[in-house]
Design a protein around this ligand. Structure first.
Ligand code: SF4
Length: 321
């Protein structure tokens, strides 16, 4: 699942009348919660009432399939069971534990958040939403997950799955990520949110988007089909246009950065000569070597690697020596 900070939109303003009468809202809530009772999966961060565990899950969930989130969360919590353990860890170890989970800046953000909590928030995650949102890598979705699963606070969590469900159900848009305005989604999410029940409601909506109201929706199995504004359009044969095709991976900067990170993570030495690293990466011709050097520079800028005097390594430890 992916958090949504600002879905693209072709519509400008939130609708003033969402068509959400008290009766319609009651039915939508009760049917989705009932569906979730029967289909929920026992993810540990949803029931632990541990804000740190919820934070790790929410950050891991960014642009990552749920099956991998479980794996990352388990590995991370085993290595760093508390925020304090994470704050005390070496950056290189943090990146090794993150491993091949992708987008390693997320691991750096978690580490920096832990350090900030130690110095600014008495060693704990702040419950105040403004303070939470000021932490590295914490956007509205992550903050909402931490607040609902950590403290049972009222905070609607909106990821791409939730955008899809709400935009279809209430606005009748087939591809809400592109068609429904962020303001409309925000208004609907706030209106439908059942006060005091966020720890059940947020995962119910997220999971519904992940299992029933999919990009190609299973309308025939849907428990809210009779209330859905998009249902007649799908029934008439209209289809949701794909949001975007996945960019080319081979030869991309992301692939190159991933190769460098893998080489640094799996190196037996804490530091390695840049020329040796390039050889290990099979740097090819001068152009490819120059590209890999440039990409190493971007990793350094992101706090994922260091380089000094022709040598380089994982994390930031050597950069401060
Ligand atoms: S009827 Fe179809 S489009 Fe509407 S909420 Fe259900 S699965 Fe989604």
């Amino acid at each position: 699942m992916s958090p949504v900070s600002a879905p693209r939109s072709t519509k400008a303003a939130p609708p003033t009348d969402l068509g959400l009468t008290p009766g319609r809202m009651r039915t939508i809530r009760s049917r989705l919660l009932e569906w979730h009772e029967a289909h929920q999966q026992p993810f540990p961060w949803r029931t632990a009432r541990d804000p740190y565990s919820a934070l790790v899950a929410a950050v891991a969930a960014q642009q990552t399939q749920m099956a991998r989130v479980i794996e990352i969360h388990e590995r991370w919590m085993r290595a760093f069971p508390t925020l304090g353990d994470l704050a005390r860890a070496d950056r290189a170890d943090v990146l090794r534990v993150w491993g091949r989970a992708g987008y390693p800046r997320r691991a750096v953000a978690l580490h920096e958040t832990a350090l900030r909590c130690m110095s600014e928030h008495d060693g704990a995650l702040p419950r105040d939403p403004v303070a939470l949102l000021a932490l590295p890598g914490v956007g509205p979705f992550t903050a909402a997950i931490v607040r609902t699963f950590g403290w049972d606070d009222d905070a609607p969590a909106v990821d791409t799955n939730v955008v899809r469900v709400l935009g279809r159900l209430v606005c009748g848009d087939l591809q809400p990520a592109r068609e429904t305005s962020p303001a409309a989604i925000e208004a609907i999410a706030a209106r439908l949110f059942p006060p005091g029940d966020g720890a059940r409601w947020n995962p119910a909506l997220m999971d519904y988007g992940g299992r029933v109201c999919l990009p190609r929706p299973k309308c025939d199995e849907c428990v809210v089909a009779s209330l859905c504004a998009a249902r007649p359009r799908f029934a008439a044969g209209e289809v949701a246009e794909p949001v975007r095709a996945q960019g080319r991976w081979a030869g991309s900067d992301r692939e190159g950065r991933g190769r460098i990170m893998h080489a640094l993570r799996t190196s037996n030495d804490a530091e390695v000569r840049e020329t040796t690293l390039l050889r290990r990466l099979d740097g090819g011709d001068a152009e490819e070597r120059a590209r890999l050097r440039r990409l190493l520079g971007t990793l350094v800028a992101d706090g994922l690697a260091w380089r000094a005097g022709g040598r380089c390594g994982l994390g930031t430890a050597r950069a401060t020596e």
